[in-house]
Design a protein around this ligand. Sequence first.
Ligand code: GLN
Length: 485
Amino acid sequence: MFNTIKSARAALRNQEISAMELTRQSLDQINQWEPHINAFNEVLPDTALTAAGEQDELIIANKAGPLSGLPISIKDVICTTEGHTTASSKILANFTSPYDATVVSRLKKAGAIIIGKANCDEFAMGGSNEYSSFGPVSNPWQIDKVSGGSSGGSIASVASGEVLGSLGTDTGGSIRLPASFCGVVGLKPTYGRVSRFGAIAYASSFDQIGPIGHTVADTAAIFTVIAGPDSNDATSAPNRVADYASHLGRDIKGLTIGIPGEYFDTAIQPEVAAAIKAALAELKKLGAKTVDISLPLTWAAIPAYYILVKAEASSNLARYDGLRYGQLDLSAEELIARYIEARGRYFGPEVIRSLLMGTYTLSAGYFDAWYKQAAKVRVKIRREFAAAFTQVDLIAGPVSAETAFAKGAKKDDPLAMYLADLLTVPASVAGLPAISVPAGFSQDHLPIGLQLIAPPFQEELLFQTAHAYEQSQTWWQEIPSLPSS
Ligand code: GLN
């Protein structure tokens, strides 16, 4: 079984394996792993095998696309015409999208095989993937631990080798946190870098779709296909898309990397701090210069973020009224009563919490005190990063202060769950690109992720640095083994 896009692509091109065989292998892995990890809301064997047959013909005719024949999973908040698109919510359980998201059409055009819809927290709200109405996703390294969220299914499907790559979304850490917990590479692109046309919105001024892979090169290969402007998304940026692959082999001599003291200041697990410090020492050995910096507003990112995203969510989710998007079983006859019944019965606890918080902070008497203040803090955090980037090329630190926690540990404690995003949310508030790359294991063999943050639209710097680090290590070669029972 191949676990990288790079190796599978070479084998396909040399016709050592067909897209059909590769897709069958992926379906086979899914059959074996799913009872343990629950990474998929829906698997799409029929359409995947048909697409694989078409790709085989193109490969033989020498017309293969950059991702021809490669099985990829798609987070279930991203619309596909195949199967359902549910956002892991009961309110969308019967919804089928009439169109593909732009990222999905780009993947298909590049030849990728859409193998299924990946589990996630309901409407991407959560940090552990325990707020999914399809059940939690388990961490492939230890199934009693969470995968992390909200893109837990996307991440776990890559970590377990069910697929070769995936798309997730990251609003405040939903790609980076699970990537760090499960030992894969995940990128949150710059705000505006990737089209969100066809992505179900959580918080529109934060949401980004991003690629997930076993290696930095694989992640860059998917990103190259999905990045760039889209006339269907007015928030997609016109900025030039770099040739990411060409940055992978470059050394990092002379790069200056800032290390914010605040990222090590919290209740960080000593093993996590030690692994990240070792990774930073390795970056130095590879020729980068590290300098201590300070980002004093780090603590303010969580309160500002949660006020802003919940406000946006309460507005974005107003459209789920039980009348549109799939048939629901409702008994109320009157319009308002139907709204109340649909939203009360079919939304889960974190979504309801979000709607209450968001409606509160946007309401007339409280808007100035909460929403407006949070928006001001956001500007200050953005400026703080911008000032730091006048002195350093990149910022580095842990993705999370801890390794994957036990299922159930934070589920009923929303504040503890929110605090799990402490180190991912600052880059989100500032709209910056950030990557999580595996940086070793804890003593009980749970993965630890290194986070690199770059100035806007400089994803190539992230790939270059993460790749140089990754290639100096062996973490990426390790894969979890299938649990015995
Ligand atoms: N846990 C964070 C939240 O619930 C991040 C979620 C995300 O990035 N989609 O907002």
